[in-house]
Design a protein around this ligand. Sequence first.
Ligand SMILES: Cc1ncc(COP(=O)(O)O)c(C=O)c1O
Ligand SMILES: N[C@@H](CCCC[NH3+])C(=O)O
Length: 418
Amino acid sequence: MDYFNYQDDGRLFAEQCAVADVADKFGTPTYVYSRATIERHWHAFNDAAGSHPHLVCYAVKANSNIAVLNVLARLGSGFDIVSGGELLRVIAAGGDPSKIVFSGVGKTVAEINLALDHNIHCFNVESTPELERINDLALSRGVQAPISIRVNPNIDAGTHPYISTGLKENKFGIDIDLAEGVYQVASKMPGIKLIGVDCHIGSQLTELSPFLDAVDKLLLLIDKLSAQGIVLEHLDVGGGLGVPYNGETPPQPAEYVQALKAKLAGRKLALIFEPGRAIMANAGILVSKVEYIKLTEHKNFAIVDAAMNDLIRPALYSAWQAIAPVNKSLERECLNYDVVGPICETGDFLGKNRDLTIAMDDYIVVRSAGAYGSTMSSNYNTRSRPAEVMVDGDVAHLVRRREGLEEIWKDEAILPAE
Ligand SMILES: Cc1ncc(COP(=O)(O)O)c(C=O)c1O
Ligand SMILES: N[C@@H](CCCC[NH3+])C(=O)O
């Protein structure tokens, strides 16, 4: 069931809210999220894991609005974070720190200390120097830090090179061939408690096989370690499950989780999942207004009020996201457009070669925009980042006010007068 549907009269709804009414009320560009969709996607993972010991740790980077985090926290979700900022956001949103895993290659002293202060579930350690730093900091406060090693299994995730993370040449994790040795070293560190193993091979994966290949490699490692008395409690499979943006057919979360559970049959090994995109991408849309229709000899441009600073995925990865009018039944000529924003960059586009029945001042939506949309937005060209709204049934809640223009430079300062 989709919670972003056109009604018979041609108007697009988010749950029971007309998207045009939301845009009239809150202005554009605005991200609109559906609470019911977020909950359904989280449950798809959690329910499929069922009685197998597990933790679904939503990857905060996909969308860190505290309303999103709070909806998930109320379900009992865990969280995958990559910074002290994300840790404090999760706590501000009512998340449980004991269900947090901390990934990322560059954890600072301050961030590790913050995570130790809050007794997080696990550090996903990405290098030996990081391991040593965590050991030192834990020892200095007389505790043991719970850790798993993020292993880089050297597997081609078959996704865009910018979002592939599990190959030897990527900066992430510890080479699978070195991991056993690192576990042995870690097992002798008094400030370290080894509780798991972790991997994350990339994002927007549309096949099961790379995940399963990675798990096979990690299970071999787990068995080798257990023969040496290093017994791990969990296997963190990272995130990465893809979504349909343009006809892709990635495995459903249930199919993916079942396949992983089957791999673990007969083992006492808990599963940790770190889905980001699979929960949020199709739980959000970006609503924008057509400012101008510009017809040239070579191309037609729909110049809209959303831009690459609001949604950078098309510019950054040539990502394709569906674009549609908010009202399909308006009398308009259907033309082929490049949908572009007002930013002074040729790469500022939301979509190219799209057949659209639109006119000046109409609202349009970019679909599948709930993940890596707002979190990757910027103030480039001194533009306010979009407002964010969460729809819950027939009520649309403003969950992030559009920032005022002066707020953008309020922390800047000019030099003293001569
Ligand atoms: C360590 C880690 N976990 C989880 C995720 C979430 O990935 P996705 O949004 O593809 O599920 C990412 C981002 O790719 C990541 O780097
Ligand atoms: N930001 C990327 C995904 C990277 C995932 C971060 N580990 C995207 O929009 O597709």
